[in-house]
Write a protein that binds this ligand. Structure first.
Ligand code: HEC
Ligand code: HEC
Ligand code: HEC
Length: 142
């Protein structure tokens, strides 16, 4: 005589384990990983003004073209001022503009690029300023 319930429980556990990997990935179908924007430079901006040079969607999808355009504008036309869609001005510089705000290049640019399998060769020549040391937690807060 078998205990039908034991079989059912066993089967449920088996199916659970078998499909575990699938549901573990279920929430991760997003096209890009979460990237951190909590750098010292960005935190200096008041929260509602924590914006990139263009809107987030545009940056996410089009930053590659944007910086190529920056390079051409800076080097071919000698014009190092970028005016965004809202009319705000930025100095055209990978190091002093993009990486000034996104000083966590490893956790930001690199993380996303590793995920997407791209490795821009820009840093062969362009300098990545060293990241500012992380703030130490204050002893009395532990
Ligand atoms: C003034 C600070 C600042 C500068 C300069 C800046 N960024 Fe940003 N960037 C931000 C902030 C803040 C966000 C998050 C925007 C949001 O959530 O609306 C962001 C978002 C992004 C995103 C989208 C991230 C995501 O979650 O999808 C990309 C890509 C990006 N920036 C690349 C760049 C590049 C490339 C440059 C130089 C051309 C640049 N940024 C210059 C502050 C900056
Ligand atoms: C939200 C994800 C994400 C973030 C954050 C991000 N990138 Fe990218 N980047 C991509 C993807 C995806 C591509 C490849 C796009 C393609 O092949 O069309 C790319 C391509 C590029 C390219 C062109 C590379 C090539 O070989 O064509 C450059 C240059 C670049 N990114 C610079 C940056 C810089 C600088 C930062 C940080 C300030 C940054 N990206 C942050 C996703 C990201
Ligand atoms: C072979 C070396 C080299 C490589 C590789 C390179 N650059 Fe440059 N880039 C330069 C030099 C040199 C300048 C001129 C610097 C100046 O006049 O301030 C420059 C200037 C620029 C500028 C304008 C000013 C500035 O300081 O940011 C941008 C934007 C730029 N490059 C983007 C890129 C991007 C994006 C990549 C990768 C897809 C890249 N570069 C790869 C050498 C290089």
């Amino acid at each position: 005589m078998y205990d039908a319930w034991k079989i059912l429980v066993g089967l449920a556990i088996f199916l659970g384990l078998f499909t575990f990997a699938f549901w573990m990935n279920a929430g991760k179908a997003a096209p890009v990983p979460e990237v951190k924007i909590d750098t010292p430079e960005i935190k200096k901006m008041p929260e509602p003004e924590r914006k990139c040079v263009e809107d987030k969607h545009f940056m996410r999808t089009t930053h590659m073209q944007l910086i190529n355009h920056w390079r051409d504008q800076a080097l071919r036309d000698g014009d190092r001022e970028y005016v965004n869609k809202k009319g705000e001005k930025y100095v055209i510089s990978l190091q002093n503009t993009c990486i000034k705000c996104h000083s966590n290049k490893k956790e930001f640019c690199d993380k996303c690029h590793d995920y997407a399998g791209v490795s821009p060769y820009c840093w062969d020549c362009h300098i990545v300023p060293p990241e500012e040391p992380k703030e130490e937690p204050k002893g009395n807060e532990l």
